[in-house]
Unconditional design. Structure first.
Length: 336
C-alpha cells in the first residue's frame, strides 16, 4: 500500500518536533492567523519643553538667594528643572518644585540665575530669561530677629490666585526679605521694599491660611505675623464651596474643641475627616437627628503632654461619597 504524500511540516507537527517554516510559508501563516504586522517603530521624542516662565530671584540674606518660577503646564510633560548660576548648574529639582534657596554665596556680589525644564526623554528647554540679583552686605554678629509684620490681609483674585499684603517690619540692621508661608511651608519670597505680592498656581474652592515673616541680612527670621484666611472661588462650572467655613480650634485642659459652619452640599453633612499635623486621625460622625444646623461643634479628649503643638483642619463627606475641600488650618498648643 502506498504511503500518502505528506509535508515535512505535517510530519514534524505529528512527531512533536518544532515546525520549521520557510519565509513564504511564514508570511502565509501570519496572514491566515490574522497577524498582519510587527510592532511599529516609535519615533524618538526630540521636542524640548518650553522655557520656564515667571523667573525671579530675590536676595534672602548676604549669602543666599531665593529663586522661583511658574510651574509648567501638564501638557508640556516636564519631569524636572535645572537651575543655573551663570553657566554653572547649581541645583536639580523634580517637577513639583518651583522654588529653591541658593546658599553659600558672597555678600555684595551680583548673580544671574536661569532655569531649564527637562522632560521624560531628557530634552532640555531653552534657558528662561536670566533673573539678576545682588546680595547685600553682611552684618557681623547680628543675632537679633526682625519684628513681625503687625498686620496681614489677603483676598482671592480668582479661582487660582490671591494677593497677600502686610505692614512693614523693623530690624536693627535692615529688612532684606519677606517670606510668605502657607500651612507652615514657605511658598514665596518678596523684596524688602514690598508690602504685597500676588500668588498664583492655587487651587479653586480651597481655603488657604497665609502668614508673613520678615528676614534680615544674617538670615534671622521674625515670628509669624497674624494669620489670614483666603478662600478661592470655585472654577467656572463648579458649585458652591465644599470647605467647612469659619473653622476654629480651642485648647482646654485635656481637650480640644472644634467648631465650624457646614458647607452647602445640598443636604445634611454627617461626616467630617479630621487631620492633625497633616495626618488623618479620625472621622467625626453625627447620627440621625443629631446633625447640627448652623455651627457644628466637636470635643476631643487628648492625652498628649501640655505644650504639644497641633495643626488641625477638616473636610466634609459630600453626597457623592467624595471628600470636599479642606477648611482653614489652625495651630493650637495643648494645655494641662
Amino acid at each position: 500500500m502506498s504511503r500518502p504524500i505528506r509535508s515535512e511540516q505535517a510530519e514534524q507537527a505529528e512527531e512533536g518536533t518544532p515546525v520549521r517554516r520557510s519565509a513564504p510559508t511564514l508570511a502565509l501563516y501570519l496572514a491566515l492567523t490574522g497577524i498582519t504586522g510587527l510592532a511599529a517603530c516609535t519615533t524618538p521624542d526630540t521636542r524640548p519643553p518650553p522655557a520656564p516662565a515667571g523667573l525671579t530671584a530675590q536676595a534672602g540674606s548676604a549669602t543666599s538667594v531665593h529663586v522661583m518660577w511658574n510651574a509648567a503646564a501638564d501638557r508640556d510633560g516636564v519631569t524636572g528643572y535645572q537651575v543655573f548660576e551663570a553657566d554653572r548648574l547649581v541645583r536639580e529639582l523634580p517637577a513639583e518644585k518651583t522654588m529653591v534657596d541658593i546658599t553659600g554665596l558672597t555678600p555684595q556680589t551680583g548673580y544671574a540665575f536661569t532655569v531649564r525644564a527637562e522632560d521624560a526623554a531628557g530634552n532640555l528647554s531653552e534657558p528662561a530669561a536670566a533673573a539678576r540679583v545682588t546680595t547685600p552686605a553682611a552684618k557681623a554678629e547680628d543675632r537679633a530677629a526682625p519684628t513681625s509684620p503687625a498686620t496681614t490681609t489677603a483676598r482671592a483674585t480668582g479661582p487660582r490666585s490671591a494677593q497677600v499684603s502686610w505692614t512693614a517690619a523693623t530690624d536693627d540692621t535692615g529688612i532684606t526679605a519677606y517670606d510668605i508661608y502657607q500651612g507652615g511651608v514657605r511658598i514665596h519670597t518678596a523684596g524688602p521694599g514690598e508690602s504685597a505680592t500676588a500668588l498664583d498656581n492655587l487651587r479653586p474652592d480651597t481655603v488657604y491660611t497665609f502668614t508673613v515673616r520678615a528676614r534680615d541680612g544674617a538670615d534671622n527670621s521674625s515670628p509669624d505675623g497674624p494669620a489670614v484666611d483666603v478662600t478661592t472661588p470655585p472654577a467656572s462650572g463648579d458649585g458652591p464651596s465644599t470647605a467647612p467655613a469659619e473653622f476654629a480650634a480651642a485648647a482646654s485642659p485635656g481637650a480640644v474643641t472644634l467648631t465650624w459652619t457646614a458647607p452647602d452640599t445640598g443636604g445634611e453633612t454627617t461626616e467630617y475627616e479630621l487631620y492633625v499635623n497633616g495626618t488623618p486621625t479620625t472621622v467625626i460622625q453625627f447620627g440621625a437627628g443629631a446633625v447640627p444646623s448652623g455651627r457644628a461643634e466637636h470635643r476631643i479628649t487628648v492625652a498628649e503632654p501640655a505644650g504639644t503643638v497641633w495643626a488641625v483642619k477638616l473636610r466634609a463627606r459630600l453626597p457623592d461619597g467624595n471628600w470636599g475641600s479642606f477648611s482653614a488650618e489652625r495651630r493650637i498648643t495643648l494645655v494641662a
